[in-house]
Write a protein of this length. Sequence first.
Length: 60
Amino acid sequence: MSGTAQYVGLPVERARELAVRLGVETVRELAPGALITLEYRADRLNLLVRDGVVERAWQG
């Protein structure tokens, strides 16, 4: 999986398309304050999304 900084600031639809094009198997979109599971999955990209824009992205 490529670096996650490239997703920050993108509209969520564009970020998801980029991730799929780069071979990410699972993309998880999260709202601020969302409850999430803590199991680590190397094939997952997490996107914290506010108002349709990615604020933070991380692997796992």
